[in-house]
Design a protein around this ligand. Sequence first.
Ligand code: ITT
Length: 199
Amino acid sequence: MTRLIFATNNPHKVEEIQAAIGSTLEVISLKQAGIEVEIPEPYDTLQENAAEKARVIYQLTGSDCFSEDTGLETEALAGAPGVHSARYAGQERSFEANMEKLLAELEGKTNRKARFRTVISLMLGGRPYFFEGICEGQILTRPRGDKGFGYDPVFQPLGSPLSFAQMSLEEKNRFSHRRKAAEQLVAFLRQQQSTHPQP
Ligand code: ITT
């Protein structure tokens, strides 16, 4: 089984990705790898931020690794909060404050269309590769449910009557942006292994 460091400080992401990919890949969190580092997200695109996170951890460890950057993009707000989702309401990165700000910005707007977009950056043998996953849906008028993290209570994926925060991890993964990107990562790694088998 391939072991890869997942360059994230968000334990929810580790749990969701490991559940999505099953046992084909063993994901080692930064915490499990004993790495304590504040990873920068200085750029204006998910792809550049994801690349930077993976690059920092690759430089630090010399090991193959991956990272991901995720944004919630709303149509009525021209893609906001997007790449700024984590700090939408300020530097303290509060899930509640971020949701409150989003609901306030969308107050009275009939277009509630939104999507989560995840970009995974894989560093393999020193080279970067990218994979994207999108989940379309809408922003509810008030939070519903208490599972998950981040904007989950206000996001309802297309095709479900529930918000992400009303779903189990397995249910969320049926729709999730992160699961879709992770599956592409796994498919790519499988293909690499079949064309360049390890001795
Ligand atoms: P790392 O950079 O350490 O991976 P992070 O929490 O800072 O973790 P992001 O910058 O990718 O991760 O996340 C942006 C924010 O978007 C995150 O703080 C959440 O509030 C929100 N978010 C990301 N994925 C989400 C999901 O699946 N459901 C709800 N909110 C999510």
